[in-house]
Design a binder for this molecule. Structure first.
Ligand SMILES: NC(=O)C1=CN([C@@H]2O[C@H](COP(=O)(O)OP(=O)(O)OC[C@H]3O[C@@H](n4cnc5c(N)ncnc54)[C@H](O)[C@@H]3O)[C@@H](O)[C@H]2O)C=CC1
Length: 396
């Protein structure tokens, strides 16, 4: 376990990871000071993130190549990560789980200790600058200890993970089927088996956009041949999804990050299942239905498939085949924006009360973030306990 040395040398604070003492580090944390000072920075998140990366690249030009050309998402990720860390500082298990995941994820970016040191220096310099007259020596040492702890935990997780899994997998596109002008079903064969559980997502990088990783759920349960299927919609500012839908060809290589996400089946629950899909959010839910079938769980499954128009019900043929093969599965298409549709009308959260009591079901939801939020609220109103409602955020 690495130990961290934090010291002030004139203007520049130095953070070096040298050898083990996580217990000591955790003790030196000062969550109250960190939380109070973070409140100073939050309203200026965008400006601070832009300054931070500007400073990082000015001081370490080589690091620029590790980031995508467009930095907007990266900037919001910085504050998202800081917020998670700050708010879990006095909850060691949550902090450790979050940082472990982050450390593992960062392997695919080729991050090393040297990078952590450079980031730490740029972060401290940024906070000092934006803290202005409110910045105190106490804040300085609290933030140095917090950063050092975070970097140490991420490093440890990365090293541990390196012993178990590669930083990424290469995969070959072996199927590419357009199911509309902007939706493609893409099948990828990883060069080596990529372990995952049904319902999880992996990140994908295309040759066209180096360093840009985007998450997509695997749309099938794990199979003996290791093939992975993805449902991708090309969205206006979606560089990777655009490349996958419009440019990818059979035989192309992609990079795949390791699997993540907690929306997986509880095989021991015994309860019936409701899956609520919005658009390509269908992908992980289809994998869950397959998984339930593969495991021989004969639980009633309702799969509500929301789309704006009938043409966007892009996978209906396969879903009906699944329904025919598995009489315990019922697929219900729901269309929101076309009154001429010959089936159920409305937005998925608004139709939930029309045909069943879901209060004793396990519920899985995937789709646009607002649809997911509204579905959770609707289920809450219908008496489904929060612990039985499962969903993951894919927009990180
Ligand atoms: N491709 C993948 O592997 C996965 C994608 N997702 C997410 O699923 C989403 C799919 O987007 P699209 O296919 O463009 O879906 P979309 O925008 O066409 O909407 C699909 C359905 O959600 C409903 N909906 C949309 N906004 C709503 C709102 N504010 N309130 C209530 N209902 C609403 C629509 O009425 C429609 O029934 C994306 O946000 C994506 O990140 C989630 C998991 C996996």
């Amino acid at each position: 376990m690495p130990l961290v040395r934090c010291e002030n040398r004139g203007q520049g604070s130095v953070i070096e990871i040298i050898e083990p003492t996580m217990g000591g580090l955790m003790k030196s944390l000062n969550p109250r000071i960190i939380k109070e000072s973070f409140a100073l920075f939050e309203p200026r998140a965008e400006e601070i993130s832009a300054y931070f990366y500007g400073r990082l690249f000015a001081e370490n030009p080589r690091l620029r190549a590790f980031f995508p050309p467009a930095m907007d998402r990266q900037r919001s990720r910085l504050f998202h990560a800081l917020r998670e860390i700050v708010w879990s500082l006095d909850s060691p298990d949550t902090l450790s789980a979050f940082l472990s995941r982050l450390g593992r994820d960062h392997r695919k970016f080729g991050v090393t200790r040297e990078h952590y040191d450079a980031m730490g220096r740029a972060l401290l310099a940024t906070l000092r600058k934006f803290g202005g007259d409110s910045w105190t020596a106490e804040m300085e040492s609290a933030w140095r200890a917090a950063y050092a702890t975070a970097a140490t935990m991420m490093n440890e997780a990365a090293e541990q993970h390196a012993a178990e899994q590669p930083p990424w997998w290469t995969g070959e596109v072996v199927g590419h089927e357009l199911r509309g002008p902007d939706i493609a079903l893409i099948t990828v064969r990883p060069e080596h088996p990529l372990p995952y559980r049904a319902g999880q997502y992996v990140t994908i990088q295309t040759a066209r956009w180096p360093w840009m990783w985007r998450p997509y759920s695997v749309a099938n349960a794990p199979r003996p041949d290791g093939l992975l299927r993805f449902h991708v919609r090309a969205v206006p500012a979606g560089w990777v999804s655009g490349a996958l839908v419009r440019d990818a060809r059979i035989g192309d290589s992609l990079l795949l990050g390791h699997a993540a996400g907690a929306m997986t089946l509880d095989p021991d629950s015994g309860r019936d299942i409701l899956c609520v899909a919005g658009g390509t959010g269908l992908a992980p839910l289809k994998a869950l239905v397959e998984d339930a079938n593969d495991r021989g769980l004969r639980r009633d499954i309702h799969l509500l498939v929301g789309a704006r128009t009938p043409a966007e019900l892009y996978d209906l043929r396969d879903l009906h085949a699944l329904e025919t093969d598995s009489p315990w599965v019922r697929v219900v298409p729901v269309v929101s924006d076309d009154p001429s549709f010959d089936g159920m009308h409305g937005r998925v959260p608004d139709v939930l009360d029309r045909f069943h009591d879901w209060s004793d079901h396990d519920v899985y939801i995937a789709g646009p973030p607002e649809m997911v939020q509204r579905t959770v609220a609707a289920l809450d109103d219908l008496g489904v306990p929060a612990a039985r409602i499962h969903h993951d955020r894919l927009d990180r």
